[in-house]
Design a protein around this ligand. Structure first.
Ligand code: PSV
Ligand code: MN
Length: 406
């Protein structure tokens, strides 16, 4: 269908197409530095020819994703994976590429001393080491002009009886309370995950624990929802709605999964779930009671690309997020509310379906054209020759055996 035919159809449905396009142009999605380097499973890391070998190359690749999508001007860093001596120079380098440094992610899971945890560790010296690392990350954020610290802890235990749940809870809160006053202009986004790498219990397993910590800490602390971090069957859109209503939704790590924390391309396995999450976000943007929270949600991708081309995977992920948001913006909210209030169960459901089933590709192509971009970013990237050029220049680095991205 052509854009004009779609626009006509949407106008008949009462959609304000100009406003929808405006909101799509204003959408921002942050990409992670670690999505551009070689990564794998615990079984094997397959090298990708041309994969970024250091933070400078990761920024180059991220700037290419921004060039073709127009909505990804920031890149999240993971410390120490992306550590450099001169942060000012790194942020200037990012600016020279037309992008900025976004969220700073402390790494509290790869040092030998973190075997029994970081902020929850029984030994106060290890807790102090973890606190000092987060403070270092806050300094980095200040140096590069970032306002977000994304905090995920691998803390947990592997066997019943290994440690005392309540003692760990107290250590965690005390550690976070030591960090909170150092935040300055930063927000602390607390990310939960129900299992892994700990297999018996996890100290921040779900949104409820993250929310309780954020409440106790203060308004600069909020919850980060990583879409791959829930037990099967969890209603993530409900969590999103609840946290938005409480003013405590800080950000997202988007990815998709079939089984556990698979870090697959967002929207590749369950695009309907992604759409429903965006329905809550779009609706909260329009509600004066939730608008302030909705407008400061940090949209980030957190993926590891193990066998697929990394830059293409990132562009496709961004496109899938745009698709979900575009469809969510087409929901006829007035009709939906009326159907809900009248108890018309299936009519309400069909209103969501109507939006979900709309082919928004011509709309997104038009938005991109109006932004001075190619209508299909993936095709445009493929035609650009960038992948072939970096494959030639960077070659293939053997990342070794198995493990986390580095
Ligand atoms: C943990 O699984 C996580 O989602 C956290 O956000 C980490 O920072 C990231 O993955 C590391 O890849
Ligand atoms: Mn994450």
């Amino acid at each position: 269908m052509s854009y004009s035919a779609l626009a006509e159809q949407l106008a008949q449905r009462g959609v304000d197409i100009e406003q929808v396009k405006q909101r799509l142009k204003a959408q921002r999605i942050e990409t992670p530095s670690w999505g551009y380097g070689n990564s794998g499973t615990r079984f094997k890391v397959f090298p990708w020819r041309g994969a970024a070998r250091n933070v400078y190359e990761k920024l180059q690749d991220a700037s290419v994703v921004h060039r073709f999508t127009g909505v990804c001007p920031t890149v999240a860093l993971h410390i120490p994976w992306d550590k450099v001596d001169d942060w000012h120079a790194l942020s200037q380098y990012a600016e020279s590429l037309g992008i900025r440094i976004g969220a700073i992610n402390p790494n509290l899971f790869q040092d030998d001393s973190y075997k029994l945890g970081s902020l929850c560790h029984p030994d106060p010296a290890v807790r102090q080491q973890a606190i000092a690392h987060i403070e270092e990350c806050i300094q980095i954020a200040h140096a590069v002009g970032s306002t977000i610290i994304s905090l995920w802890l691998a803390d947990g235990t592997n066997y019943p009886g290994q440690d005392d749940f309540r003692a760990r809870k107290h250590r965690l809160l005390e550690s976070l309370q030591a960090i909170y006053p150092k935040l300055g202009g930063c927000r602390l986004l607390i990310e939960y995950k129900f299992f892994e790498p700990a297999f018996y219990h996890t100290d921040i397993p779900d949104w409820g624990v993250a929310y309780s910590l954020a409440l106790k800490l203060g308004e600069k602390a909020q919850v980060l929802v990583d879409t791959g971090h829930h037990p099967q069957g969890t209603n993530i859109e409900h969590i999103v709605a609840f946290l938005l209503d409480e003013g405590k939704l800080g950000g997202f790590h988007f990815n998709n999964r079939k089984y556990a924390d698979d870090d697959l391309i967002v929207g590749s396995i369950n695009p309907f779930e992604l759409f429903l999450i965006f329905c809550e976000l779009a609706s909260a943007e329009e509600d004066p009671r939730t608008q302030a929270c909705a407008q400061q949600v940090a949209y980030m991708i957190d993926q590891s690309h193990n066998i697929e081309p990394k830059i293409e995977a990132m562009i496709l992920s961004v496109m899938n997020v745009q698709t979900a948001y575009a469809k969510a913006l087409l929901v006829d909210r007035a009709r939906l509310r009326a159907a809900q209030e009248a108890g018309e169960v299936l009519e309400a459901h069909r209103i969501l379906q109507e939006a979900y089933e709309t082919d928004v590709r011509p709309l997104l192509a038009q938005v991109r054209l109006e932004m001075g971009l190619e209508p299909d970013p993936l095709e445009a990237f493929r035609r650009s020759g960038y992948a072939e050029r970096v494959a030639q220049e960077r070659g293939s680095v053997s990342p070794g055996g198995a493990g986390y991205p580095g």
